[in-house]
Design a protein around this ligand. Structure first.
Ligand code: NDP
Ligand code: HSE
Length: 415
C-alpha cells in the first residue's frame, strides 16, 4: 500500500481523487500496489464521501512517515513552494500540476529533489492531459531541439473558438470556460497570456537545460483581438491563435521567446487546434517536427497527467529524474524584437488610397486585406517579413505620415 497526500481539493484535486477511485484496479495492476490518498489538505469542507481524509494543517502530512508522495494541486507560488520544498527535504516524492511554481522555482526544486534522491514530477503543468514533459525529456532526447511553438492555454483557445465559430462574446466565452474548470483562479492569467508564458518557460527550460523566468518573456494576451481582426485574417486564409514560442540560437547559446496572439495560415497544423485543445510543435534536428495534441485543461485530463506521475513515482520511488535544468548565463534570453516576422496592421485613416500608397513605399510589398462591411476609412494589410524592431520604427513613421490611427497589430507566424 502506498499512501499519498493531495494538497488542494479544487478542479484538479477532486479529479485526482476521482481517478484514483475509478481506475483503482487498473492502477493496482500496473504498479502492483494499492494507492490510497490518506489526506487531502483543504481550507474548508467539501460535500464528498471521504471527508475523514480532510486536514487543514500541512504539518500533519509532513510529519506522517506513511505518506511517501505529496501531490500539490493548490496553485500559486506560496505556500505551494514551501510545502513542496519541505516535502522533498523530508524524503517525500512530489507531483504537481502548478505551472507557476515550476516556472518560478523549477530549477531550485529539481536541484533539491536530485540532492535528496527524490522525484519532482510535473507532467500536468503543461498541456493538461497531453503527455509533453516526459516525451520532450525522454523520447526526444536524441534530438537537439531548435524550436517549440504551441497553443498552450485551453481557456483562451476556447474563447477564441467560441468567438469565431459561434459569435459568442468574449465575456460569455470566458464565463463558460470558468464554469467548465478550464480557467485559472484569476482568469487574467489566461487572457493576458501569463499562463501560456509559464508553460513556454517550462518547455524552454526543459528542452534547452537553462531556467527561463516568466519575467524574461515578452507577453501579450488576447484581450485586444476583435471580430474585425478575425475577418481580415480570414481574407488571408489565416486564423488567430495565442502562441507561445521559443527559438534557440545554437551558435550564440541564446534564445528568443515570446507569447502573443498570432495569425497562422489555415494550412498550419496549429490552426486546426480548437476549443479547449492544445497543440505543441517541437522541432528536433533528427525527428523534424513532432506535434502533440489533446485537451489542455479540465478536471479529468489534468488529473490523468497528475495520477500518471504518481504511478511513475510508485514504480520508481528513488530519483529517476535525470530531468534537470540549471540557471541561465547572463544575456541568455535575447530581445524578442530581433525576430524576423510579418505584421498584420489595421488602421483608421483619412484617405485609404494615400495611406495604402504610403504603406507600400514604407514597408515594401504589402498584402492589402478586405472584409465584409469594411468602413471607408479603414485599411488592413500584411507587411513583408522584416526584423521586428525595424517594423516598429516603420510603423511609427507610417502612422505619422499617413495620418493613421492604429486599430490592430498582430504578428504573423510561420508554423
Ligand atoms: P482550483 O482553484 O479549482 O483549486 C485549488 C484548490 O486548492 C482550492 O480548493 C483551494 O481551496 C485549494 N487551496 C489553495 N491554497 C490552499 C492552501 N493554502 N491550503 C489548502 N488548500 C488550498 O484550481 P485548479 O484545481 O484548477 O488548479 C490547481 C493547480 O493546477 C493550479 O496550479 C493550476 O494552474 C493547475 N492546473 C489546472 C488545470 C485546470 O484545467 N484546471 C490544468 C493544469 C494545471 P479554496 O477552495 O479554499 O480556495
Ligand atoms: N487555465 C489553464 C488553461 C489550465 O486554460 O490552459 C491548464 O493549464
Amino acid at each position: 500500500m502506498v499512501k499519498i497526500a493531495v494538497l488542494g481539493h479544487g478542479v484538479v484535486g477532486s479529479g485526482v481523487m476521482e481517478v484514483l477511485k475509478k481506475n483503482q484496479k487498473s492502477i493496482e495492476r500496473k504498479t502492483g500496489q494499492t494507492i490510497e490518498a490518506k489526506y487531502v489538505l483543504v481550507r474548508h469542507d467539501y460535500d464528498v464521501d471521504y471527508k475523514e481524509k480532510f486536514v487543514q494543517d500541512f504539518d500533519v502530512i509532513l510529519q506522517d512517515p506513511e505518506v511517501s508522495i505529496v501531490v500539490e494541486v493548490m496553485g500559486g507560488v506560496h505556500p505551494a513552494y514551501d510545502y513542496v520544498k519541505a516535502s522533498l527535504l523530508s524524503g517525500k516524492n512530489v507531483v504537481t500540476s502548478n505551472k507557476e511554481l515550476v516556472a518560478v522555482k523549477g530549477n531550485e526544486l529539481l536541484k533539491i529533489a536530485r540532492e535528496h534522491n527524490r522525484n519532482f514530477l510535473f507532467e500536468a503543468s503543461v498541456g493538461g492531459g497531453i503527455p509533453i514533459i516526459h516525451p520532450l525529456h525522454a523520447c526526444l532526447a536524441a534530438n537537439q531541439i531548435s524550436e517549440i511553438a504551441g497553443i498552450l492555454n485551453g481557456t483562451t483557445n476556447f474563447i477564441l473558438t467560441k468567438m469565431i465559430k459561434e459569435q459568442m462574446s468574449f465575456e460569455d466565452a470566458l464565463a463558460l470556460a470558468q464554469r467548465l474548470g478550464y480557467a485559472e483562479k484569476d482568469p487574467t492569467a489566461d487572457v493576458e497570456g501569463f499562463d501560456a508564458c509559464r508553460k513556454i518557460c517550462i518547455l524552454a527550460s526543459l528542452a534547452f537545460g537553462r531556467h527561463v523566468y516568466p519575467q524574461q518573456v515578452e507577453v501579450e494576451g488576447i484581450t485586444r483581438i476583435t471580430p474585425e481582426d478575425v475577418a481580415y485574417a480570414e481574407d488571408c486564409d489565416s486564423v488567430i491563435k495565442l502562441i507561445g514560442w521559443v527559438k534557440r540560437n545554437f551558435e550564440e547559446n541564446t534564445i528568443v521567446i515570446r507569447v502573443c496572439p498570432a495569425l497562422l495560415s489555415t494550412d498550419s497544423q496549429l490552426a486546426s487546434v480548437d476549443d479547449v485543445f492544445n497543440g505543441i510543435l517541437v522541432r528536433g534536428d533528427i525527428t523534424g517536427d513532432v506535434m502533440f495534441y489533446g485537451k489542455g485543461a479540465g478536471k479529468l485530463p489534468t488529473a490523468s497527467a497528475v495520477v500518471a506521475d504518481v504511478i511513475e513515482e510508485v514504480k520508481n520511488p528513488e530519483n529517476i529524474a535525470t530531468m534537470y535544468w540549471e540557471d541561465a548565463p547572463d544575456h541568455y534570453v535575447v530581445d524578442a524584437k530581433t525576430a524576423v516576422l510579418s505584421y498584420y496592421v489595421r488602421a483608421k485613416v483619412l484617405d485609404t488610397k494615400r495611406a495604402t500608397e504610403i504603406a507600400e513605399k514604407m514597408f515594401g510589398e504589402i498584402t492589402v486585406l478586405s472584409r465584409k462591411g469594411q468602413p471607408e476609412d479603414e485599411i488592413a494589410f500584411l507587411t513583408p517579413e522584416t526584423v521586428e524592431r525595424t517594423l516598429d520604427d516603420t510603423l511609427a513613421k507610417f502612422q505619422s505620415i499617413a495620418d493613421a490611427k492604429l486599430l490592430g497589430l498582430i504578428r504573423r507566424l510561420d508554423y
